[in-house]
Design a protein around this ligand. Structure first.
Ligand SMILES: *[C@@H]1O[C@H](CO)[C@@H](O)[C@H](O)[C@H]1NC(C)=O
Ligand SMILES: *[C@@H]1O[C@H](CO)[C@@H](O)[C@H](O)[C@H]1NC(C)=O
Length: 321
């Protein structure tokens, strides 16, 4: 009876339609994020160029916008990629600082979803690069380090720096893929500036390993319930990011999660500017250098150590829900 069985088959979808849409029941309602700001190409050359002495005591001379452009350390390539570089030509005399660049976004943000696409990041002996956000009156306005490390590290250190009263909840360690390595107290200042950190030691997290696959995307979400950081290698960037419709609920475990359970995010993180810098030696890279600060200073003097000390930026986008 072919006719009857066809009828039954045809009827099935209609029966299913009458029932609640089970397939979607367990999927979290999707917050939608609206693009607020998108920075790419020449936009980065409109950011604020910080040219005061390095607060972290690096052997570095941060250039003004006009100096950085005149010296070829901040420019846009023909393909639209923005390059932020360290001087790799000059042999330094003792006590001399090496030219570098530190830029900050013209706007500040207290919450949001931040997506940064980098083709390459600086690395090499004595080099200390960071992609981070920072609020006013450090550490009161808070600092989120999304990408940071020193020298030829293969791991990325994601860290919060705050005033007193914020800590990392290690009981939540299974909810992120990184590993907690430093102090759990995020309080910084008065000479103890470690903050609370989570290390991403997965392949391609940092430096040379990051660059050989043409980098990737860092996404971080700041809400009143916490701060989450994801990293996606170039080959695994979610389509919703590429399509400009980011959906963090679909991204799986973040590399780092700092919960509001042990840190009042709204209180500790305010008016953050997005910052990209490359320091040399200084408080972290100098002390971590094999042989210590004086060996680091010697390395800083040699231009050959800065062959790979360049950022290649695709874009930074800021979304709000
Ligand atoms: C560079 O970046 C790191 C990010 O953690 C920051 O601690 C340091 O102050 C910065 N150095 C400067 C002032 O450029
Ligand atoms: C020096 O830095 C520039 C970027 O300013 C880069 O294009 C070049 O490859 C570097 N060269 C060497 C030899 O390190």
């Amino acid at each position: 009876m072919p006719a009857l069985s066809n009828l039954i088959l045809l009827a099935l979808p209609f029966v299913a339609l009458g029932a609640p849409p089970r397939r979607h029941e367990h999927i979290q309602p999707r917050a939608t994020y609206k693009l607020k700001d998108h920075y790419t190409g020449k936009d980065f050359l409109e950011w604020d160029f910080f040219s005061a002495p390095d607060p972290t005591h690096g052997t570095v001379n941060y250039l003004s916008k006009s100096e950085a452009q005149a010296k070829g350390l901040a420019y846009v390539q023909k393909d639209g990629t923005t390059v932020l570089a360290v001087d790799n030509k000059t042999t330094l005399k003792p006590g001399q600082n090496r030219d570098s660049v530190r830029i900050s976004s013209p706007k500040s943000y207290s919450t949001g979803l931040f997506i940064a696409d980098f083709f390459a990041m600086p690395h090499g002996p004595s080099v200390w690069p960071a992609y981070w956000t920072v609020g006013p009156n450090w550490p009161t306005g808070g600092e989120v380090d999304i990408l940071e490390g020193v020298g030829d590290s293969t791991t990325n250190q994601m860290t919060l720096h705050t005033s007193a009263g914020c800590s990392l909840d290690t009981k939540l360690a299974t909810s992120f893929t990184g590993s907690h390595t430093s102090t759990t107290n995020c309080k910084s200042g008065d000479g103890s500036n470690d903050g609370c950190g989570i290390t991403d030691a997965q392949p391609h997290a940092y430096g040379h390993e990051f660059n050989i696959i043409a980098g990737g995307v860092f996404a971080h979400l700041v809400t009143s319930s916490g701060i989450k950081i994801w990293r996606f290698p170039r080959t695994a960037i979610p389509a919703d990011i590429t399509d400009g419709k980011p959906n963090p609920a679909s991204w799986g475990k973040p590399a780092a999660f700092f919960s509001s359970g042990t840190c009042n995010i709204a209180e500790h993180f305010k008016d953050q500017v997005i910052t990209i810098n490359t320091s040399i030696c200084g408080d972290w890279a100098g002390n971590a250098f094999p042989g210590g600060p004086s060996a680091c200073a010697a390395a800083a003097a040699d231009p050959q150590n800065f062959e790979h000390a360049q950022w290649m930026l695709n874009y930074v986008s800021v979304y709000e829900s």
